[in-house]
Design a protein. Structure first.
Length: 53
């Protein structure tokens, strides 16, 4: 039995690099689906993190 756990939590500012890397990993997937809802590469990451959910 595995002891690995998945923890879901809100994004933090220090997640930016890994978040952007994950978004880029999902871009070429077919069919296209949104990994990061309403994320725009041109938006400041701190603004995205602070958006109401």
């Amino acid at each position: 039995m595995s002891t690995d756990r998945l923890e879901l939590r809100p994004l933090r500012l220090e997640d930016e690099q890994s978040f952007r890397r994950a978004v880029n990993e999902f871009k070429p997937d077919t069919p296209d689906w949104t990994f990061a809802f309403h994320f725009d590469d041109g938006v400041d990451f701190s603004e995205y993190v602070q958006r109401p959910r």
